[in-house]
Design a protein around this ligand. Structure first.
Ligand SMILES: Nc1ncnc2c1ncn2[C@@H]1O[C@H](COP(=O)(O)OP(=O)(O)O)[C@@H](O)[C@H]1O
Ligand SMILES: [Mg+2]
Length: 596
């Protein structure tokens, strides 16, 4: 019982989504049960009529009233009146139950839509660190599967309420027809329910096991999709296949186990109900209940029994599915999640530059800070290069400038404003990032270039592509700018993807250009082309560049050398070379590498 209250509490947020819809369904459900119950009750006078042609006065309040009314009619008319009333009552019930069933599926789909979009909105809104600490497969499972199961939980809950209202109304009518038999039956049903409850007590635990098995399976699937090349390269196909097989088997087994519990309900309750019916017949025989009353009673019981059975199975479903509702609403919970909250100062243009003042930063999933006591100044209109071994913290600095994360301590200033005071959208719209991992969306080349500026004209798009040295290869594609690329289209080479991303940046005409190892994955020829494009793009702009080939940053206005999250050296290329310290060593290493 306590468990049930807990489960209702879990599901309560779902009910709050469409309270009126649920109320309407419940009212319609009650009215439908009433119509059916009255229709069936009318069988008593009808049968009495058949039996004797006269109406017998029975010790029964509803029937008495009906009988008093019917006494004014001829027996023939009475039969006609009764049969047509029964027909009308059943028709009303059919129409009402059609309406609430339709309403129920509307409600389930609308709830699913609301949950899904709310989860999506939340996933977009939470800060990057949330994505770092959660598995994408789990999130994918949550947004596709668990929202669906949650909406199902709501439907099952509504069915539970409808079952309950039908049981309540039929129970009341049965009481009026024969309270002795009804009490006996109620006791019987109660015993059956308790028995079933104990049989299915493990349902929730099994439901959770099934959920976990599915999450694991989703993770594995996503990992295979993204890592298929690595899997092939290491000849791990059969290993992965085996792993997938085991995971799928586990999901199958727990799915079967969980279903076994719920399907047990039907035969058990059906068998026991027949036993109850037998008792009713025996008692009726010994207490001399009249035939019309007995027939009506049994008929009503016959209609009621499936409701009791459905109540049990629907309740079991609600309990099993409540796990999903819980995870969905845990994700939607705002309090315990990291957010990067936008400031309200609209950013127009950079006047002086970007200042880091004693910045420390620790990724939430790490225990060693990625940046320690970083103080630096990135002047407007100049090119600043960040160099250092991989893992030194270069990309982390970029992440902080983009405000994908907030600093752990220290401050970042944009001119005289704290970065937190700036409106995120206007701040970010003044920057463009070209990095080594370019994402190409599944759409046309044109849409990919115009991603940051969907309003760009054809001439602007082509001009940007030309500047990025991309126009030529785009024209050679089968449908030119209309060629589908990305996941569902043709695959582009690393250099081509890179040039598209540069065209994307050029089109935005950003005030601040950030290049994070933009030419890392390229061959020499592509790199030369892209370097030319970048040089062109860098003119009269604030540029922050991270380059693995140090010869490309010779002309940078300042070079900042990072080592293990700290600033080691700072100065112009010639300064640093003269100093013959860290940068000099890095440069020598790099030079040797390019010579080989
Ligand atoms: N998203 C992340 N979550 C946790 N740790 C990270 C994340 N990104 C980078 N790191 C860690 O922070 C440190 C600096 O990384 P990064 O800034 O990417 O280095 P660089 O760009 O100089 O190669 C590394 O130790 C890296 O493991
Ligand atoms: Mg990096």
């Amino acid at each position: 019982m306590v468990n049930l209250i807990k489960i209702l509490k879990t599901i309560f947020p779902l009910i709050q989504l469409y309270p009126w819809g649920i109320l309407a369904i419940v009212i319609l459900g009650i009215l439908a049960s009433l119509a059916e119950g009255i229709g069936i009750s009318l069988l008593i006078p009808f049968l009495q009529n058949l039996q004797s042609g006269n109406s017998l006065v029975i010790n029964n309040p509803i029937i008495q009233n009906i009988d008093q009314y019917l006494i004014n009619f001829q027996p023939q008319q009475r039969v006609l009146l009764l049969t047509s009333s029964i027909l009308v009552a059943i028709l009303i019930k059919a129409v009402l139950s059609y309406i609430y069933t339709a309403l129920c599926s509307w409600l389930q789909n609308s709830t699913l839509h609301r949950l899904r979009t709310a989860v999506y909105k939340q996933l977009i809104a939470v800060s990057q660190s949330f994505w770092d600490t959660n598995k994408s497969g789990e999130l994918l499972n949550l947004i596709t599967q668990e929202t669906y199961y949650s909406s199902q939980a709501l439907s099952f809950l509504i069915w539970v309420i409808i079952n309950l209202s039908m049981i309540g109304i039929f129970g009341l009518l049965l009481l009026l027809i024969s309270w002795r038999l009804t009490l006996l039956v109620a006791l019987g049903f109660l015993l059956v329910s308790v028995l079933i409850r104990t049989l299915t007590s493990k349902t929730q635990v099994l439901g959770r096991k099934y959920q976990q098995a599915n999450i694991y399976l989703s993770n594995l699937t996503l990992e295979t999709f993204t890592g298929i090349k690595t899997i092939r390269a290491f000849g791990k196909e059969s290993y992965e296949e085996q792993r997938y097989y085991q995971a799928s088997k586990k999901s199958r087994d727990s799915g079967i186990n969980s279903a076994m519990q719920s399907v047990m309900i039907e035969p058990v309750s059906e068998g026991l109900s027949v036993a109850i019916l037998m008792c009713v017949m025996l008692i009726a025989f010994y207490t001399q209940v009249t035939l019309p009353v007995l027939i009506t009673f049994i008929f009503m019981l016959y209609r009621l029994q499936p409701q009791v059975q459905k109540l049990n199975s629907n309740l079991t479903q609600v309990i099993a599915l409540s796990n999903y509702v819980k995870s969905v609403f845990l994700l939607l919970e705002r309090e315990d999640k990291p957010y990067v909250i936008s400031g309200n100062v609209n950013f127009h243009d950079l006047r002086k530059g970007i200042t880091f003042d004693a910045v420390n930063f620790l990724y939430p999933s790490q225990n060693k800070p990625a940046l320690e006591n970083i103080s630096l100044f990135i002047p407007k209109g100049k090119t600043t290069a960040l160099v250092g071994y991989s893992g030194a913290g270069k990309s982390t600095i970029i992440n902080l400038i983009f405000r994908l994360y907030d600093v752990t301590s220290g401050e970042i200033y944009i001119d005289n404003y704290l970065i937190k005071e700036l409106d995120l959208a206007t701040w970010r719209s003044n920057m463009a990032l070209v990095s080594q991992d370019v994402h190409i969306f599944s759409s046309t080349v044109r849409e990919n270039i115009a991603y940051g500026r969907p309003d760009a004209t054809e001439t602007e798009i082509v001009a940007a592509a030309k500047q990025a040295y991309a126009h030529e290869f785009i024209c050679e594609l089968a449908q030119g700018y209309d060629t589908f690329v990305g996941d569902r289209g043709i695959k582009l080479s690393g250099g081509q993807r890179q040039r598209i991303s540069i065209a994307r940046a050029i089109l935005c005409n950003p005030e601040i250009l950030i290049l994070d190892e933009a030419t890392n994955a390229l061959d020499n020829i592509s790199e030369k082309l892209i370097q030319d494009a970048i040089n062109l793009l860098s003119q009269n702009r604030t540029v922050i560049v991270i380059a693995h080939r140090l010869s490309t940053i010779k002309d940078a206005d300042q070079i900042i050398v990072l080592k293990q999250g700290k600033v080691e050296e700072q100065g112009s290329f010639s300064d640093l070379m003269e100093k013959q310290a860290v940068f000099h060593k890095l440069y020598q290493l790099d030079y040797q590498k390019t010579q080989n």
